[in-house]
Write a protein that binds this ligand. Structure first.
Ligand code: SAM
Length: 288
């Protein structure tokens, strides 16, 4: 393991690491991963960029998987978030703890020795990663199923396979940029949708991660649906039939969606609450 890196050594280590990550066997998933990431810290500018992109601040709980010298969790704590790092190297856990004390944030930034694959991430609002691509892929099912919808996953340089990032900032100093995914709610399947007191629709959703495709049927047939967008637990879409346009915006909560709908018909505008109840679900947020 590359334990201490600075200046040219840091650059060389980062280059070696990047190249070896790209050439590591793609089939290596979970317990078959052959190479675990060595210690190469994220440059501080990119730590700041990562936390800015993730809008990390008070109220957040950040978990850095493979936390190295602790800089991500410490920087998050400086922005008012709580969090902890999980690190397999006990010397790095000690170093991170010392650095948190020196930074005056030891009351909200903790570091524990452990394996990222055993770490409890369920209560995190933000998870940060600077790992290998295949490690990201091995973690992906857990990120999608254990984190709450709306949680942000931030990665230095490496992607999540076919789960496209919501943000990919390539201005970062790190070679692969900074990537962010917002964990999507599970909306796939059939829903019974009610607008106000007396309008009912059948909604069908297919979903691949945050990409959704919707079909909406009313008493008079299919509506044309466009601009469907799922971000975390927020679902919005526009449906039109004849001269009537519905703008749906709602929040998904397990087997229900609640929101507001604006109905425009000629010159008139009505605003109603709407509710959808799950009728049947498909396998949801994409490949797990
Ligand atoms: C590239 S460094 C990233 C450090 C820090 N997150 C950052 O961005 O500055 C990856 C870290 O993951 C740690 N690590 C590797 N495999 C691990 C595992 N299975 N469980 C916990 N930590 C691990 C390494 O010791 C190393 O400190």
């Amino acid at each position: 393991m590359t334990r201490t890196v600075s200046g040219p050594r840091q650059t060389a280590a980062a280059m070696w690491w990047f190249v070896s990550a790209l050439t590591a066997p793609a089939a290596a998933i979970a317990d078959e991963i052959e190479f675990m990431p060595p210690y190469v810290p994220t440059v501080q500018d990119d730590v700041d960029l990562m936390l800015e992109i993730g809008d990390v601040g008070p109220g957040d709980y950040v978990v850095d998987l493979g936390s190295g010298d602790g800089r991500i969790v410490i920087s998050a704590a400086r922005r008012g978030a709580d969090g902890h790092g999980v690190e397999i190297d006990p010397e790095l856990v000690e170093e991170a703890t010392r650095r948190a004390e020196a930074a005056g944030v030891a009351d909200r930034a903790a570091f524990v020795e452990g394996d990222i694959f055993d770490a409890d991430i369920s209560q995190a609002s933000v998870v940060t990663l600077y790992l290998y691509p295949e490690v990201n892929l091995a973690l992906r099912p857990r990120l999608l199923s254990e984190l709450r919808p709306g949680a942000r996953v931030l990665s230095n340089s490496f992607d999540m396979g076919d789960w496209q990032p919501d943000v990919h900032d390539k201005t970062a100093r790190s070679s692969g940029g900074i990537l962010m995914w917002v964990v999507p709610a599970d909306v796939a399947g059939d829903w019974q949708l009610e607008v106000g007191e007396d309008e009912t629709f059948a909604l069908n959703a297919t979903q691949r991660f945050q990409k959704v495709s919707l079909r909406l049927a009313g008493d008079d047939g299919m509506l044309a649906v466009r601009s469907a967008r799922l971000r975390g637990d927020r679902l919005e879409f526009v449906a039109t039939a004849g001269g009537t346009r519905y703008l749906f915006n709602g929040r998904v909560d397990d087997d229900g969606i609640d929101g507001m709908v604006q109905v425009r018909d000629g010159g008139t505008v009505r605003v109603h609450s709407w509710h959808a109840r799950r009728a049947a679900s498909a396998d949801a947020r994409g490949a797990r």
